[in-house]
Design a protein around this ligand. Structure first.
Ligand code: UDX
Length: 457
């Protein structure tokens, strides 16, 4: 099968390389000539485990090629995937479809014969219909059809997710498109990955519903963690206790500093815009967006509290700035408002991240970036874990405690065992692991805590 992939961002590049690895002949197209040149030389534009080796081996086998020339890239392709960015539009949170429609217009004139054009980019319900109309208007070859095939790839685990998906969702309005996509995914199909064929609009909405539901799960456990701090319970045990119920499941029940990344924040906002336009309220998702925004904006207060209410002249070491481990992605990372909050309160911040410091430097002026976690912690009053990189789990707690001036450890990912941290000399606080600080001080951390909660104590 000959496939063209428009867009060599994280989704396009991973999908293109994986399709090539299935044995298809893939051409990845991007307008960015520098990026294409670097890809041809085997230099990856993103940090994703396993990607470089996968790209190189498929380029060597001649199955994966790169070009800036769209007409050349789509020549003879039976399927053309659109995997360009759909960022949140400034101001209203609508998905910005400029890149999608630009690609579609160009494609309409570049195609020499009919092809199945598939949106992999996350696009609002009805985008497939709009693309179909645009193809007609621009005079695309007769028989060109439009399908939706949303991706469910986690950054940092994207290749494994692509090759071992929980499911593949295909939204198509005609049998020929279904046939082409069935053929493309045949290797996974043979591996028993469920393929769900449905309507195009349904497939488009499925992507948003999946991400919104996962965001609900995370915000739910974050709020339960807040409650655990007020009533002296352990959220890890609560998560295990509820997660063993098959109806709930154990995943996405890890409390943290609020979800970030390229998908959840933008897709929840875009879903709200879709609902708004349809005149249908989505109160749960709306609340989740608020809960998460507030959580991110208040995480620095935990450090403030742990350091006795004053950050002036204090030095805080931040471990991890990427929005999650195994990526260099800083989009909507909770570290950004956290660091700003600390600095606004007068703290000096040092930070280390194994992959994201290059991107973080511009976003976090005045942060002193160091070469490792120990250097960041040197002379610090407090150590804050923001991203749960494996190498932080393996840190020598006694050694890092010795390099610090103070002994506060705020663990926003619950990576350490409290007893071990205390044994190493730390004054430890995690998320939702019993009372914080005693004396009811934790109540200050629970925003919107009603009077009833205080009385109940
Ligand atoms: C997500 C979806 O998982 C993926 O299916 C979709 O296609 C793209 O968006 P990604 O953003 O790469 O993937 O990361 P994910 O692992 O889902 O984490 C998203 C955010 O939620 C991160 O900030 C992470 O730290 C946070 N999170 C996740 C939690 O706080 N707790 C959890 O239990 C899980």
């Amino acid at each position: 099968m000959r496939i063209a992939m428009i867009g060599t961002g994280y989704v396009g590049l991973v999908s293109g390389a994986c399709f090539a690895d299935f044995g298809h002949e893939v051409v990845c197209v991007d307008k960015d000539a520098g990026k294409i040149d670097r890809l041809k030389q085997g230099v990856m534009p993103i940090w994703e485990p396993g990607l470089e080796a996968l790209v190189k081996s498929n380029v060597e086998r001649g199955r994966l090629n790169f070009t800036t020339n769209l007409a050349e890239g789509v020549d003879g392709a039976e399927a053309v995937f659109i995997a360009v960015g759909t960022p949140a539009r400034r101001g209203d949170g609508h998905a910005d479809l400029t890149f999608v429609f630009d690609a579609v217009k160009e494609l309409a004139h570049a195609l020499k014969g009919p092809a199945v054009v598939v949106t992999k980019s996350t696009v609002p319900v009805g985008t497939g219909d709009r693309i179909t109309e645009l193809f007609k208007k621009e005079g695309a070859p007769a028989g060109t059809s439009v399908a939706s095939n949303p991706e469910f790839l986690r950054e940092g685990a994207a290749i494994a997710d692509f090759k071992h998906p929980d499911r593949i969702v295909v939204g198509a309005e005609d049998e020929s498109a279904r046939q082409v996509l069935r053929e493309i995914y045949r290797p996974l199909f043979l591996n028993k990955a469920p393929i769900l064929f449905t309507g195009r609009r349904t497939a488009e909405l499925t992507k948003y519903a999946a991400n919104a539901f996962l965001a609900v799960k995370i915000s739910f456990i974050n709020e339960i963690a807040n409650l655990c701090e007020a009533v002296d319970a352990d959220v890890q045990e609560v998560a295990r206790g509820i997660g063993l119920d098959n109806r709930i499941g154990p995943k996405f029940l890890h409390p943290g500093p609020g979800y970030g990344g390229s998908c959840f924040p933008k897709d929840t906002l875009a879903l709200l815009q879709t609902a708004n336009a349809a005149g249908v309220e989505q109160r749960i998702v709306k609340t989740v967006v608020e809960v998460n925004d507030e959580r991110k904006a208040t995480m620095h207060e935990r450090v403030l509290h742990a350091l006795g209410g004053d950050l002036k002249g204090k030095r805080v070491a931040v471990l991890g700035v990427a929005f999650k481990p195994n990526t260099d992605d800083m989009r909507d990372a909770p570290s950004i408002p956290l660091v700003k909050g600390l600095q606004d309160q007068g703290a000096t911040v040092a930070a280390f991240d194994p992959a994201a410091m290059g991107h973080a430097k511009d976003l976090m002026p005045e942060v002193e970036f160091t070469n490792d976690a120990y250097a960041a912690a040197k002379d610090a009053d407090a150590l804050v874990v923001v991203t749960e990189w494996d190498e932080f789990r393996a840190i020598d707690l006694e050694r890092i405690a010795r390099t610090m001036k103070g002994n506060v450890l705020v663990d926003l990912r619950n990576v350490y065992d409290r007893a071990e941290a205390e044994e190493a000399g730390f004054d430890y606080s995690g998320l939702g692991r019993g009372r914080i600080g005693g004396n009811g001080a934790h109540l200050k951390l629970v925003k919107n805590g009603s009077d009833d909660v205080k009385v109940a104590r």
